[in-house]
Design a protein around this ligand. Structure first.
Ligand code: HEM
Length: 422
């Protein structure tokens, strides 16, 4: 008997036999979704072609407007789309038995659910995983998804179990250790990432439940963290205006002949849970806090003058020769100029998870940076910051993860299909 076919979603239309043509592959369509062949068309393309995207139409707006995003497009939502009020980051680990076909089945279930959830529909009941007794409770019935976006990524450890070790990109190396890291491995790493953003925290919570349910038998939740943004999206919990000198987010997206097809339009994301020593920080005099950053707290302007978007003059010195922007200032050490031109798009979220056992706030930044290659972006910058950044004295890096984020999904396709069927 030849192997049953790999799930090519757009080829999976209802047929008389449900057998499909046996080609290369590892799973049958029946094993993907249970007995209903008709589910395939609906899952993979039938109901999904609601957005009729043209080539080059992003399905999002790079931050220009705040309307709902579409799941389909050349890159996944949740990178260029404006941040929502709430996020839930979650990492999953594959089970021991997840081969390529089963991974494809999981991605097809997640793709179908993501597309439907983002437009306010419930997951297709025919897409429940085999052997699962759980079902959709309807918790989101009648609820506005509130600009929901779902973004999925693959960690360095994903590739081995489905037999894809050779396809792991070199840029997806585990991050090195940095001085003063105090990482909790249980809250870092992971084979798969789901970034769930919405203006409604109830939506993010139930969508995570849904992804967990659909991962039954294939992947289990490793860690989850939640975050939020300020109403105007500008300040972090240290009181600073954050994000001023961010590059155009499109500079974090991958393109070109050297990029594997499944990563075209994708990116790499580094996530660091960075606790702020707020009880200490809040006692510092304002000039000290501003020197540590290199910018004014009130309006985000560089200490060399002007407004928030006035270019920083790193050469400016006081009459006594002391640099206006201190040698240890965060914006001096992090600037691309001193880091080989390193470009990353920071799209972080604040968090506050109550008090630690010592009574200090468990609060900080879910630092989230998108880039074309962590080895030439996050890694050199963090190496430099960890060595002498004045801001870092009030920060503790507590967890760390890196993921390759596949390009966007076209109507009729599914997440990372070119990788799983390549
Ligand atoms: C809790 C931790 C952190 C806080 C509170 C923080 C805060 C800030 C603030 C307020 C700015 C100035 C405004 C702006 O341009 O966005 C800034 C700039 C920047 N930060 Fe951070 N940051 C943190 C961690 C990091 C880390 C871990 C990295 C990278 C490894 C990083 C990289 C940068 C870069 C590249 C800039 C822009 C520098 C420039 O070109 O002017 N930051 N950060």
């Amino acid at each position: 008997m030849p192997d049953p076919p790999v799930p090519r979603a757009d080829a999976d239309r209802p047929t008389a036999s449900d057998g499909g043509s046996p080609t290369r592959g590892r799973v049958s369509r029946r094993s993907l979704f249970g007995p209903s062949v008709g589910a395939i068309a609906a899952l993979a393309g039938g109901v999904a072609v609601t957005t009729a995207l043209r080539d080059g139409d992003d399905g999002d707006d790079g931050g220009a407007t705040a309307g709902p995003a579409a799941f389909h497009g050349p890159h996944q939502p949740g990178i260029l789309t404006p941040r929502q009020k709430h996020v839930r980051m979650a990492a999953f680990d594959l089970g021991d038995h997840t081969d390529r076909g089963r991974a494809a089945a999981l991605f097809l279930r997640w793709t179908s659910a993501a597309e439907r959830l983002m437009r306010g529909a419930t997951p297709d009941p025919r897409a429940e995983p085999p052997g699962s007794r759980a079902a959709e409770t309807g918790a989101l019935a009648g609820t506005d998804p509130a600009r929901l976006t779902l973004t999925f990524g693959l960690g360095p450890g994903f590739f081995d179990r489905p037999g894809l070790t050779a396809a792991r990109p070199e840029a997806l190396a585990p991050l090195p250790a940095f001085p003063d890291d105090r990482l909790d491995p249980a809250r870092g790493g992971g084979h798969l990432l789901a970034q769930i953003g919405s203006d409604d925290a109830f939506v993010t919570a139930h969508v995570l439940r849904t992804l967990q349910r659909l991962a039954h038998g294939e992947a289990r939740l490793r860690w989850t963290m939640s975050g939020f943004t300020a109403a105007d999206g500008r300040r972090n919990l240290m009181g600073q205006i954050d994000g001023t000198n961010n590059p155009d987010p499109r500079r974090a997206l991958l393109s070109g002949p050297a990029v594997p097809p499944w990563l075209v339009g994708g990116s790499y994301v580094v996530i660091r849970r960075i606790r702020m020593l707020l009880d200490h920080w809040d006692t510092l005099p304002l000039p000290h806090r501003e020197q540590a950053l290199g910018r004014r707290t009130a309006d985000g302007a560089p200490l060399t003058g002007g407004g928030e978007h006035t270019p920083v003059d790193l050469e400016a010195a006081r009459p006594d020769g002391v640099p206006v922007i201190a040698a240890s200032a965060h914006i001096r050490l992090a600037a691309p100029a001193g880091n080989g031109g390193a470009v990353m798009f920071r799209r972080g979220w604040s968090y506050h998870d109550g008090l630690r056992s010592d009574g200090t706030p468990d609060a900080g930044l879910l630092f989230t940076a998108w880039q074309q290659d962590p080895r030439t972006a996050f890694v050199p910058v963090q190496r430099r910051l960890a060595q002498g950044d004045a801001l870092s004295r009030y920060l503790v890096h507590e967890s760390s993860a890196v993921f390759a984020v596949p390009g966007g999904v076209r109507p009729g396709g599914y997440l990372a299909r070119d990788l799983l069927e390549g």
